[in-house]
Write a protein that binds this ligand. Sequence first.
Ligand SMILES: *[C@@H]1O[C@H](CO)[C@@H](O)[C@H](O)[C@H]1NC(C)=O
Ligand SMILES: *[C@@H]1O[C@H](CO)[C@@H](O)[C@H](O)[C@H]1NC(C)=O
Ligand SMILES: *[C@@H]1O[C@H](CO)[C@@H](O)[C@H](O)[C@H]1NC(C)=O
Ligand SMILES: *[C@@H]1O[C@H](CO)[C@@H](O)[C@H](O)[C@H]1NC(C)=O
Ligand SMILES: *[C@@H]1O[C@H](CO)[C@@H](O)[C@H](O)[C@H]1NC(C)=O
Length: 452
Amino acid sequence: MKATTKRPTSRIKRLHNYVLKLNIYGDESDSTLIDQLLSTRIFLLLLFLLLLLIIVYIILSVQTHSVTIQSPSESTFTQLSQQYPSTLSCPCLHTSIRHDRFLSLNPLYHPICTSRLVNQSFISLLSSANVSEYHSKDYRKMATSHFQILGLLCRTVRQMIDDSLSELLSQHFTTSEVVSNETFNAQMNHLVEQLKTTNIANIKYISDFLWLNMFYNAILSGLKTNFYLKYSNAGTMDYNFYSYFDFSNAKCDCHRSIDCTAQAAITKLVPSNATVNPTTAAQNPVKLFSISGLRVGCLPYSSLLQSTLECFFKQSCIDRIQKYLPALAFVSPLSVHSRFHQKATVKHLLDQLFIESWNQINNFTAYFQSCSPHSCTYSYDQRFNILYVIVKLIGIFGGLKMVLKFSAPLIVKLIRRVQTCRCISEAIDKNEIPVQQSELFLFIPIFIFYFT
Ligand SMILES: *[C@@H]1O[C@H](CO)[C@@H](O)[C@H](O)[C@H]1NC(C)=O
Ligand SMILES: *[C@@H]1O[C@H](CO)[C@@H](O)[C@H](O)[C@H]1NC(C)=O
Ligand SMILES: *[C@@H]1O[C@H](CO)[C@@H](O)[C@H](O)[C@H]1NC(C)=O
Ligand SMILES: *[C@@H]1O[C@H](CO)[C@@H](O)[C@H](O)[C@H]1NC(C)=O
Ligand SMILES: *[C@@H]1O[C@H](CO)[C@@H](O)[C@H](O)[C@H]1NC(C)=O
């Protein structure tokens, strides 16, 4: 126990003595021994203080390292962009790339748009010469027009989307540097979102335009659904009789609104008992059954928009109408795999452009290959890198030692000069002080030497 406690103190004492006697200016003849010792101590003190300052500065300062990688692969880029998102920079060789190189859209439409129901050859089978003779609420009167319009809407929407797609895909994507997968996806999604919004707005515009046109021009339906001519008993013609449709328990007339609708039905004409004239019989038909979802109204267009296609999803419903519309025998039910509800109105389908999915593919790999960056540069900041501190210190130490070794005697000379000046002007009794002060400072250099 005694030996272990004694040893360090004796070692410190020995070191203390060693440092007190240490003289690195021994071979300088132009100064006294005291000045040489003082110079040595000032040298050691300054060296210690400056090294301490430099170490603290290096430790606290941030080092920026810059790294360049030649012809990076996509996976290297992805990894780097996650690691150094703010400093990574990979200039593109081709800054302007056509969208179709990496973006593809393959819209899938509602089953109605690919169904036989909107096939022209089917529609021509449906129509018959006396179609306008059915009662206004009889679906057979409207069926042909409904399918014609549905087919037209599908074709219009498809044409419109095809046009805007080919326009979008022929445009160029301009990036001076490779953007990250996330940014790339966000930009592509934004472009496609814009395309959707534009098309939806266009369809709404067309639809509103059609509606206003029909309303203000009071277009007379050839099917005699909104206005019809009526023969009076005297055989003269009365013009502009208009149809009535039930509209939320109130009578709605086609004169005031073109949006009047009623549930579609299949009706049967019964021979009238009245002998007066045959047309009154048509006004009082017998309803055989209603067809769920389908609406009839003043105009095929407005009634179609309010209809749902739910009947055409069920074979039983088709079979039921098929007796009265034989052409339906060639039609199979619509596929139920649809994002739309079966009870969605045609207006809703139209507002959504009849689109089930856009099947958008943003191919980042293809984008990366087209851009083909030849190099990537990134930088990172570092602190407390012990290796860096050591390397820096070794670099600095030699120079620092030289400068200090040279300047310590100068400082001593300066002190002596100040002292002699003071001595001349004042009393000469403070000669020992610098030595005592420097002895106080000595404890600090002792510690560095002890630990190194
Ligand atoms: C319509 O149906 C006919 C006969 O089944 C078929 O030949 C034709 O390709 C169809 N047309 C369309 C546009 O699907
Ligand atoms: C339409 O004509 C067919 C035969 O061509 C006939 O069976 C049917 O009763 C007619 N319908 C009306 C409403 O006149
Ligand atoms: C890019 O990001 C998308 C989702 O934003 C992800 O599905 C895809 O796998 C990513 N691709 C790569 C190559 O990281
Ligand atoms: C026609 O007359 C028969 C009996 O003659 C009667 O049962 C039926 O209700 C009448 N139909 C109408 C529409 O008036
Ligand atoms: C993306 O593009 C690359 C290169 O053009 C191709 O090999 C890859 O199959 C594409 N990926 C998809 C999902 O289309």
